[in-house]
Each structure stands twice: as C-alpha cells, then as structure tokens.
Design a protein around this ligand. Structure first.
Ligand SMILES: Cc1cc2nc3c(=O)[nH]c(=O)nc-3n(C[C@H](O)[C@H](O)[C@H](O)COP(=O)(O)OP(=O)(O)OC[C@H]3O[C@@H](n4cnc5c(N)ncnc54)[C@H](O)[C@@H]3O)c2cc1C
Length: 334
C-alpha cells in the first residue's frame, strides 16, 4: 500500500476543495481499501466524506425517494417505506454481502465499486482496463466463468453493484456536484460501456462527488422485485441477478422494466424481455418467454455458458415474484 494523506471533511464544500491532484473520495472504505491493499490503486490523498452529515438521510415524499449517498445498505434494506414501495431496492441492498458489510457500505460507494474481474484485481497481470499500455482482455480466452455473457467483445468484466440493478429499473437519477455546480445523470447514462472507455466504469469525473440519488415515485399499480443467484449460499457477489419493475392493471402488465446485473460490463435493461411482458397477462408462460428473449443476444465465453440458463431462470422467477405469483426463490442467495 502506498503512503497517502487522509483528510476528514465535515461539509460538501470542504470535500470538493480537497478533491483533485490524485485525491480519492472515501465513504465506507470497503472497496477502496481493498484496492489499495492489493496495489491496484494508489491515491495520494483520501478525502473522507463519512462525517459529512448533509450526505446522509432517506426521505420519502409524493415526488419519490431521496437517498443520501452515505445511506448504508442496511438502512436502505430496513426502511419500511422502501420495503413497501421500492421493494426491488430494499431486496438488492438487503441481499448484498454480509450484515457487517451492509452496516458500513454506502449506496454511493456501492454503485461506484470497481469490477471484481480477477485479471483486473491481480498485480501479476496487466490488462487494458488498467491503462498500463496492455491491449489484452485475458478473460476472453482465460478463466471467464464469472464474466460477461453479453457485450463482452472489448472487455469481459461485469459491474458488481447489486443496487444499480433496481436503480436502473426505477429510472433513478444520480446528482453529481463539483466546484462547477451540479448535474443530474440518469442511471441509464451513469455507466460507461468499455467501447466508450475501457478505463472508467462511470461518467463521474475527477472532482465530482455523488451528493444524492433520486428515485421517482412509482406509478399506481407498480410492483417490483430483485433476486440474486450465486455460487454459494453465503455472502458473495452475484453470478446472475435480475431486477423487475412492473406497472400492473390487475393481471395485465402495462409497463415492464427488466434489468440484468452481472450479464454485461454495465447493468443493462432487456428491451426484448420488456416487449414480451408489456400488454400481456403475467403468467408462467410469459415470464418464461421474457427470460428467453432477454438471452437471445447472449455471446457466452468458453466457461460461462451456464449463465445463460441461470439468467433465464432468474428473470422467469423474478417476473413472477414481482407480479405476486411466486414467493421469493429459496435458492436465491443473500
Ligand atoms: C464479502 C463481500 C461481499 C460483497 N457482496 C456484494 C454484493 O453481493 N453486491 C454488491 O453490490 N456489493 C457487494 N459487496 C461490495 C460492497 O457492497 C461495496 O464494496 C460497498 O458498497 C462499497 O461502499 P463503500 O461505502 O465502502 O465505498 P468505498 O470503498 O468508500 O468507495 C468505493 C468507490 O466509490 C467511490 N465513492 C464512494 N462514495 C462516493 C461519492 N459520494 N461520490 C463519488 N465517489 C464515491 C470511492 O472513491 C471509491 O472509488 C461485497 C463486499 C464484500 C467485502
């Protein structure tokens, strides 16, 4: 681990004043400290925002849900109003990691965590994502069992954030603040595909701070669900996860949002699955057809073909769970 300065901030202005010149924001520190201990990143200065009170808090109003970026995964999972009206978000937060991690992990840090690709996380290999001059994605012909099964021709990493899945499905927006002012970024524009930048996973620029996450109020009849599947029935990142938001009129689906996590380098919506569900009665057949449609463009690598079947099942079950036609799948992990 490199030597670094540590600055504890109490206000957003103080934190913004400290950013720049190799400084990195530190929230809970769970991912950042791992990356530093593994010699993957070398920030000259950590700007600790954990004591910036204005970045805390969860507010539910008629307009929607306002989340401070320091909201912990536990606070989001346990919030009765989020459980009731934004179930997929409380499910995703509540089934990530372990209780100890969820007590420390913040929402801002969760959507900003770096990929778990073992080639990216290893100091023994260089890869194009590290920006050291290599043009290789070792996962494409290497150990790729946890990697992307879609959009994987440039870099096969997957984004590991579980909360990003429902946030994308619910049309959330992220507020970014810098010395130049504020901008709102739709979750659908927040992650950057490797074809646009293989180095940066998000549109967040140096000197910018996430100062809020806003989820619009759900339309009447909205129901949502999230489920995560993993290799073991314990704490781990998902190998497949799905978030489904349905606007229902009785058994009829008026609008559907189907999001796949860890299928591609960014969380993605499946327009094909949404088209299958929209205007239809939700039942086992439509849910199964949605799962199949979502995987029609899959391009699995040598060792991750199993994820195609797993995603079809995850979508099928999560659609039925969202529609109130199935209980939470006991084989989903968390
Ligand atoms: C055993 C284990 C299992 C896990 N399983 C899961 C899982 O299933 N699903 C899942 O989603 N995650 C999982 N995680 C990851 C964990 O949830 C994240 O590491 C955590 O949410 C990061 O939050 P943090 O506050 O600690 O962020 P930090 O480590 O402090 O920061 C992470 C990154 O975000 C940036 N950042 C943080 N806050 C801001 C801000 N406000 N503005 C701009 N940049 C910011 C930092 O600069 C850094 O780059 C797991 C972790 C562990 C250890």
């Amino acid at each position: 681990m490199n030597k670094f300065a540590f600055v504890d901030c109490k206000t957003v202005d103080e934190a913004l004043g400290q950013l720049g010149d190799g400084a990195t924001v530190k929230a809970g520190g769970i991912d950042l400290l791992d990356l530093m201990k593994d010699d993957i990143v070398f920030p000259a200065k950590l700007v600790n925002i954990r004591n910036v009170d204005s970045l805390r808090g969860i507010t539910v109003s008629a307009d929607g849900l306002q989340l401070g970026p320091l909201s912990t995964l536990s606070e989001i999972a346990d919030h009765p109003e989020i459980q009731r009206s934004y179930s997929a978000l409380s499910d995703a937060a509540g089934h990530a990691a372990t209780p100890q991690v969820r007590n420390m992990a913040t929402l801002g840090g969760n959507i900003m965590q770096r990929p778990r690709c073992w080639y990216f996380r290893s100091t023994d290999v260089d890869c194009k994502k590290k920006g050291g001059g290599s043009d290789e994605c070792h996962a494409q012909a290497g150990e790729n069992q946890y990697h992307a099964i879609m959009n994987n021709s440039t870099c096969a990493m997957v984004h590991p954030s579980s909360t990003a899945v429902p946030l994308l499905g619910m049309d959330a927006q992220v507020e970014l603040t810098s010395k130049r002012g504020k901008r709102m970024v739709l979750m659908s524009n927040f992650y950057v595909p490797p074809e646009k930048s293989v180095i940066n996973e998000t549109v967040v620029q140096p000197g910018e701070l996430i100062t809020g996450i806003f989820v619009p109020a759900p339309a009447p009849g909205t129901r949502s669900a999230y489920q995560k599947y993993g290799e073991k029935e314990s704490f781990d990142w998902p190998i497949a996860d799905a978030g489904v938001v349905l606007v229902m009129d009785g058994a009829l689906c008026r609008k559907a949002s189907v999001v796949l996590g860890v299928a591609a380098p960014t969380p993605i919506r499946s327009k094909a699955a949404e088209a299958v569900l929209t205007g239809k009665t939700i039942d086992e057949a439509t849910a199964r057809a949605a799962g199949k449609a979502a995987m029609q463009d899959a391009t699995p690598l040598s060792q991750n073909g199993y994820k195609v079947q797993l995603f079809q099942t995850a979508i099928y079950r999560t659609v039925l769970l969202a529609a109130g036609q199935m209980q939470r799948d006991p084989s989903a992990i968390g």
